[in-house]
Design a protein around this ligand. Structure first.
Ligand code: 5AD
Length: 358
């Protein structure tokens, strides 16, 4: 048996590998190794979640952002971005649309827009929860104060997505301006977990200056954090950013990492992301076959769809919009899975303290 197969078996049995084992596996694996990994990843996801795929309605409610991340198309210094904010009623209308289509999780995602104060967002969360008490709300609005996180949780928010972007502080500095730090990002993630949110971290695959060592650090950070969700997707350049001329992350590497993450964190809610669907026509289906179990179609009004341009050519018609939910459901059935309606909570939020980090 090849050395990589043995490592994949070990990861399956123990959930973790040493740093050097991860590194050697990531540096050279074959298509056969990847297929073997995906088979085990599917076994694990099916043991925990059966054939179910959870569908989240994504509402991109503001593209104003105070940050200036070098990779992101809605960075504050991009004067070509046409800025918008949805009002409370717009957001509620998106939820109505999603609810009618069977969605029971709404993801409120935006740039770091302090127009949405603690109080304003509390109001929006409460209005959604009032109307739809059987739905989960996921927030994804970046780094904010502990008091804000706590207040939103008390208002009814259930989950929070905050990608760490990279767990190497040197790499972090090369992706972000000086004011931002990995340390602060991590602090926010621990706070969110501590408050009780189902918390999601994650990173881009193939971002500029990323090395295998960075990825190994990402995996170790995820293992230590024990998030309930992990969002990963390929880096894709955006024309108005300093990284406009950089190349994209690959489908292949993203899929391989999805498989690894599924084996490392069997209970994880793992989306096949829009970015994955953007770099390859069947990207999201392949993501589901590599261990992912969540998809997040876009619920935002058509009028703002083309403004939330984190990267170039972002999908904004077809399966990623709720109008095409039937198509999405069908493409999930075609690969042997089942799109389910329901909140789709993480099946284990218990931190398994007895596990040891090598
Ligand atoms: N390519 C891929 N993903 C990106 N994101 C931001 N910009 C890009 C890009 N150019 C991701 C970041 C962020 C999430 C909302 O989108 O990881 O956390």
């Amino acid at each position: 048996m090849s050395e990589n197969r043995q490592l994949i078996d070990k990861l399956y049995a123990k959930n973790i590998l040493s740093r050097s084992e991860f590194k050697s596996m990531l540096d050279c694996y074959t298509q056969e190794d990847a297929q073997y990994l995906f088979k085990l990843a599917r076994q694990v996801r099916e043991r925990v979640y059966g054939k179910d795929v959870y569908i989240r309605g994504l509402i991109e409610f503001t593209n104003y952002c105070r940050n200036d991340c070098y990779y992101c198309g809605i960075r504050c210094s991009n004067s070509n971005a046409s800025r918008y904010r949805l009002c409370d009623n717009d957001i509620l209308q998106c939820c109505d649309k999603g609810y009618k289509a069977g969605l029971r999780t709404f993801v409120l995602q935006g740039g770091e827009d302090i127009y949405f104060t603690k109080e304003k967002l509390c109001g929006i969360i409460e209005r959604i929860k009032d109307r739809y008490s059987d739905c989960a709300i996921t927030l994804s609005v970046g780094e904010r104060d502990y008091e804000d996180y706590l207040a939103w949780y008390k208002s009814g928010a259930d989950r929070y997505l905050l990608r760490h972007e990279t767990a190497s502080s040197d790499h972090y500095k090369r992706l972000h301006p000086e004011q931002m730090s990995l340390e602060h990002r991590k602090k926010c993630l621990w706070q969110l977990k501590d408050i009780g949110y189902q918390t999601g971290a994650g990173f881009m695959v193939g971002s500029p200056f990323q090395t295998t060592d960075c990825i190994v650090q990402d995996l170790y950070f995820l293992y230590e954090l024990r998030p309930q969700m992990v969002g990963i997707g390929p880096f894709i350049p955006q024309k108005d950013t300093p990284f406009a001329k950089e190349s994209s992350g690959t489908l292949e590497k993203t899929l391989f990492l999805l498989g690894i993450i599924r084996l490392m964190l069997p209970y994880i809610l793992l989306p096949a992301t829009t970015a994955l669907g953007t770099i390859a026509p069947r990207g999201r289906e392949l993501g589901l076959l590599a261990g992912a179990n969540v998809v997040m179609p876009n619920l935002s009004p058509m009028s703002v769809r083309d403004k939330y341009n984190l990267y170039d050519n972002k999908l904004n018609t077809g399966k990623e919009s709720v109008q095409y939910l039937n198509l999405l459901t069908k493409s999930i059935e075609d690969i042997g899975y089942k799109a389910v309606s329901g909140r789709g909570d993480c099946k284990s939020i218990i931190i398994r303290k007895e596990e040891r980090i090598l």
